[in-house]
Design a protein around this ligand. Structure first.
Ligand SMILES: [Fe+2]
Length: 169
């Protein structure tokens, strides 16, 4: 059975994953409004991934004698961005925050003898590392291709490839 403090920490993480999922959906709406369908698709896929993370933690808590909860303390979602670069800078910040909190829980588990949950968190830690690297690469693509209106058609097309790579992984 999960200790109360592990449960609390994991429930906090559920809110962060949910926040990330909602933030990505708001970005999808923004990208659709800017007529960037492939970038929107990237955001829809990311929203779904975050929801899956949330569900994995949710099920883990309930499967081990705890009570998983969703609350509405996720924070304010941003729905408008200056441009594509600005949007992806926000994405990096979002992912960095999620990484920081996962790492914090893992460190706590390690120090407090919560071995099972520590191991449960390993795939999340590696996935965050990969996500940050991926967003870093996307930021490089955006900077190199340009994100002025005249570049947007090709930049959006580039996301077709990025989305395919993502789903192939
Ligand atoms: Fe996540």
């Amino acid at each position: 059975m999960l200790s109360k403090s592990v449960q609390e920490r994991l429930n906090d993480q559920i809110q962060k994953e949910t926040f990330a999922s909602r933030a990505y959906l708001a970005m999808a709406t923004w990208a659709e409004g800017e007529s960037l369908p492939n970038i929107a698709e990237f955001f829809y896929n990311s929203a779904e991934e975050e929801r899956q993370h949330m569900l994995q933690i949710f099920r883990y808590i309930n499967a081990h004698g705890g009570a998983a909860k969703l609350d509405d303390k996720g924070g304010k979602i941003k729905g408008s961005f200056k441009n594509v670069l600005d949007a992806f800078r926000q994405v990096l910040e979002l992912e960095q925050n999620v990484s920081a909190s996962i790492n914090e829980i893992a460190s706590w588990c390690q120090q407090n003898g919560e071995h099972a949950t520590y191991f449960f968190l390993q795939p999340f830690i590696l996935e965050q590392q990969a996500a940050e690297r991926n967003i870093g690469e996307i930021l490089t693509v955006i900077e190199r291709m340009g994100f002025e209106p005249r570049n947007l058609f090709y930049l959006d097309k580039q996301f077709k490839k990025i989305n395919q790579q993502e789903s192939g992984e």
